[in-house]
Design a protein around this ligand. Sequence first.
Ligand code: TNX
Length: 510
Amino acid sequence: LVPVSTLAPGLSVAPAEAATAVSFTSVVPAPVTATPAAGVTYAITSSTAVHTDPGAEAIGERLAAQLRRSTGYPIPVAPAPGAGGVSLLLSGAPAGLGAEGYQLDVTAGGIVVRADRPAGLANGVQTLRQLLPVTADAPAVQPGPWPVPGGRIVDYPRFGYRGAMLDVARHFFPVAAVERYIDQLVLYKINYLHLHLSDDQGWRIAINSWPNLATHGGSTAVGGGPGGYYTQADYREIVSYAAARFVTVVPEIDMPGHTNAALSSYAALNCDGVAPPLYTGTEVGFSSLCTSKELTYTFIDQVMGELAALTPGPYLHIGGDEAASTAPADYTAFIDRAQRIVAAHGKAVIGWHDVAKATPLPSTVAQFWGTTTRDDTVKAAALNGTKLIMSPANRTYLDMKYNSRTPLGQNWAGYIDVKTAYGWDPGAYLSGVPSSAVAGVEAPLWTETLTTSADLDYMAFPRLPAIAELGWSPYSTHDWTAFKQRLGAQGPRWRVMGVGYYHSTQISWP
Ligand code: TNX
């Protein structure tokens, strides 16, 4: 984790936790099966090595680096097979784990993680981290011992899409802050990072064919700060940092609404040919690309073309929400054309669920952000084959306040404490929509009121792990009483890592 101290001066890390053994059944998100072996323990010692199959070396190196930092042991990484220590193996996994599943065995003789694919091993390593004493996640050497409780975990995700969104448009977050958030996401097996790269208040990615977007459109933020933008090299760095951790970046350019920063950057994009001033307020629904101008589609084609070239992942997000200044017929025609443009660049579209009013391509995914459990347009699209990402605003919006006393955030979708964030089933939430239509979940973090990594920590934790668990764990494990205990056990880990979480009174924090 990038230390918060370099990002948010003034935030201090609590005193060291004791290196005590943790319970085998305390993992978040809850695994498919976890079978403790009573009385069995393996301890990491100064002679522990990590043994990796070909293709698992980088995962082994990252695990070893963390263990070296906190234990002070040498923890060499060597090719498998090797006796004892930690083995990361790409063979011998049981059938049915899929691309992201793993089996983890902790015996007195050593720790073995098996998976079919590197992504599965990486998930298994995250589980292993949670089985170590919390001090193993510390950024500096701690006293041992380093016991790991014995048993077997067999685990794989319920949904293939488990996302988090960060709004870097309302306030800009530098590369280091995004990478710090990625480090936090992977702790809970989130595998997509959606970056909201443009909005009325800022354009945050350099586009070579339209340079003013970043230099002018990126020059401010909500409240009038200096803003900022990613160069394409910055952006590639984020994408590769994420990819190394098996996180796929989904870039969003919001259109046709939420486009004041673009319209301010190029007068020709406006129907009347006049560029509006930059905007630093927080109203929504007042801007629209000019859907009747051919230049608008040249613009989208070139912007999405450059983004597609920067994006190894399958999706480009076209926004599509709150287009209150676009006539309904213009909106649907625009979205249909935007979908074809994205498809021509070899990518599938994700759009906020408003795009269901148009004609979704078979590959288009709609992201539900409503506050009710009934939406006939979304339901009809789902029954017609459109896959959904579930981000109900009154459950998953990490920018909503926990309660009326929360100093940050908004409350238009209500207050969301942990129990509300956790207490729903993404596969059975929307009336008439079968779970087979649900690709997964995503927790958006809008940043009208958030400016630092410490602010992100406070709003994302402890709710982000709740949403992550809804995306990963079988619904048969869903149980508030058990969850709040497991979640509480994460608190000491966050303190050790320097994550400034909200101490929700719904949880008893050890
Ligand atoms: C609604 S949700 C928005 C965003 C705001 C957010 C604040 C959605 C698709 N649009 O523009 O930032 O509420 O909570």
